[in-house]
Design a protein around this ligand. Structure first.
Ligand SMILES: [Zn+2]
Length: 130
């Protein structure tokens, strides 16, 4: 019986995002890393990397997804949009506000009763972006 430790997954997406560092614009991966650090003190929030949900297909925005999970097994999907034209310093500047909004939504979800969570699951409703 072997024990598999999490050695850290290989970054598959590095090749795909390599071209995004033109013009000083922030790449998706850079934005993801910044946001993940910004909400690190909110353990319920998990970043969903490589998660693509393109039903809105807004090509002018990077979309970063987070999931927030409750003990009862219900998870909500949260998303943050960042304009592609934003440079890394601009993203850093907006970061506290983005993190604040994410945490507020996370707490809102945590503040609901598990009875409500269960009803959300049955209804199949996922929380959409504002
Ligand atoms: Zn719950």
């Amino acid at each position: 019986m072997g024990i598999e430790l999490d050695k850290g997954l290989p970054e598959e997406s590095s090749a795909a995002t390599a071209r995004s560092s033109n013009n000083g614009e922030a790449g998706l991966e850079e934005i993801q890393n910044l946001l993940r650090e910004a909400v690190a003190d909110e353990p319920a929030l998990t970043i969903l990397k490589g998660f693509k949900l393109d039903f809105s297909a807004n090509k002018d925005f990077h979309k970063v997804f987070f999931s927030v999970r409750c003990e009862c097994g219900t998870a909500a999907l949260l998303s943050v949009e960042v304009a592609r034209s934003k440079t890394l310093p601009q993203v850093s500047e907006a970061l506290p506000e983005l993190a604040r909004r994410l945490k507020a939504k996370s707490r809102q979800f945590a503040g609901m009763s598990c009875d409500m969570h269960t009803r959300m699951r049955i209804g199949g409703a996922t929380q959409a972006a504002p």
